[in-house]
Design a protein around this ligand. Sequence first.
Ligand SMILES: [Zn+2]
Length: 373
Amino acid sequence: MAYTVPKLTQFDMDSVQEALRALHEALEAESAAVTNETEWKAFRDRWMARKSGMLSQVNELWLRVTPKEFKWRVGDAANEAKASVQREIQAALERLQDASLKPGASDVVDITLPGIRRPIGAEHPVIRTMHEIVGVFQKLGYSVAEGPVVETDYYNFEALNFPPDHPARDTQDTLFIAGQQAKPQRERLLLRTHTSPVQIRTMEKMQPPIRIVIPGTVHRNDPPDASHSPMFHQIEGLAVDTNITFGDLKGTLDHFVKALFGANVKTHFRPSFFPFTEPSAELYVTCFICGGSGKRGTDPCRPCKQTGWIEVLGCGMVDPNVFEFVKDNGYDPRKVSGFAFGMGVDRLALLKYGVDDLQYFFQGDVRFLQQWA
Ligand SMILES: [Zn+2]
């Protein structure tokens, strides 16, 4: 009779180990019995299927019924079971492939049978969008800079001109590393909330002129929903030189959105506020989905909320106060000027590919991701 996962009723070490041993025994026997691809698939599904596979049974009949004080023990056993199942499924597949490669390993080798296909991976839509954006700026002569994801308060806030009582410094928005009360505020560690700290880090290392783009992951204390995620991606840009003006900023970003969304989009800047730029602006483009009409046929265009415009990024001229922090490395605010911009990559990927829920990007569901293969 085929093995089924028994419900745990005793949680002492011997009972748990015995249950795990029985599971291993069944697993190995079934793995050894696999002789072709169809059997292998059935084997894999029997153990891994999300609804009633053996591993989800382990969750139901072992973990869920375990009293709190034994959770660690049963949890360890469940992890071990999971690792063994993954290992055996892979091993069974490799045995099949070996057998099909070695003539004589079985009595008859049918060389006309199709081989086992290993699907080729594809770039994740967010990473693909990131590469496209970075590529546009690389062609303009920008280089790529990167920095740490775990940052200090100094680089994430202070050196970017965030005043001490700025709401972004609150734990409501920012994920701080615990247990650092003894440190001075500027040394406390957090998960960077934007890629902007890399601007300061780069200016500390390189003298002007500079042209950089900074792609990376950032974190905020936002519960996940259709348009929010505690982890997301940003691309930041910075150009510093003598005589950089707002006209340079507009020309550069106008070129960028046309390269990304097509030569027909129109751009539009609206005044905004960021602590590290002055003046600051938000850049809008005509909606590349409805062409700026706000309508798709007779339906309202949802991505632009029927306005015909989509916000793409925030930008502005680097605030002289920011240069003060790196003045000694050649950034005298009386001599140099610059512009900076930053955009959310995930949101642009949503718009570009017409995806309506940000969470799809991070759930790792192969059926969703295969669309980009
Ligand atoms: Zn639209």
